[in-house]
Design a protein around this ligand. Structure first.
Ligand code: FEO
Length: 162
């Protein structure tokens, strides 16, 4: 739960950084994702309390400094999501070991969510890479503009239809 709160802090920090650096569209996308991470935190809280546990609300670590450029920002975002996936995997492994099928079932939603989120960030990295190659940066402007209304959900590769 605290890890998801940390994810939200990182998205907040990167969104604020992107806004100041002149990427309002990417900033808007990251701000929206901050809300999604807070929802994840809340999902954990409700699950723990609802199953007879009691959440301990803990301090959230500060994000580790500004990215050096947008590519660095997106690469660090991807790494955050990969690290988060490993935390979810640890819950799945423990639930399986303990034969705690309620938690195992709960965690499956997050397994899928992490596949989706890694795909989402990977796609953004690809688009940014293509746009940044253009000498006049016109595509970068268009990419940033489009990110303002970009969805937070995406079909994961195994579900895509051709
Ligand atoms: Fe809730 Fe992106 O991890």
């Amino acid at each position: 739960m605290t890890r998801e709160a940390y994810q939200a802090q990182v998205y907040l920090a990167y969104a604020s950084w992107a806004e100041v650096e002149g990427f309002p569209g990417i900033a808007a996308f990251l701000y929206k994702h901050m809300h999604e991470e807070r929802e994840h935190m809340f999902n954990f809280l409700k699950f723990i309390n609802g199953r007879g546990g009691k959440c301990q609300i803990q301090a959230i670590d500060a994000p580790s400094g500004d990215p050096k450029d947008m590519n660095d920002c997106l690469q660090r975002t991807l790494q955050q999501e990969i690290d988060n996936s490993l935390c979810i995997d640890a819950i799945v492994n423990l639930a399986h070991e303990e034969k705690d099928w309620a938690t195992f079932n709960f965690a499956q939603w997050f397994v899928r969510e992490q596949i989706e989120e890694e795909t989402l960030v990977n796609n953004l990295i690809d688009k940014f890479g293509l746009a940044a190659q253009q000498p006049d940066h016109a595509n970068l402007y268009a990419l940033d503009r489009d990110m303002t209304s970009a969805p937070q959900e995406i079909a994961i590769p195994r579900d895509e239809k051709v």
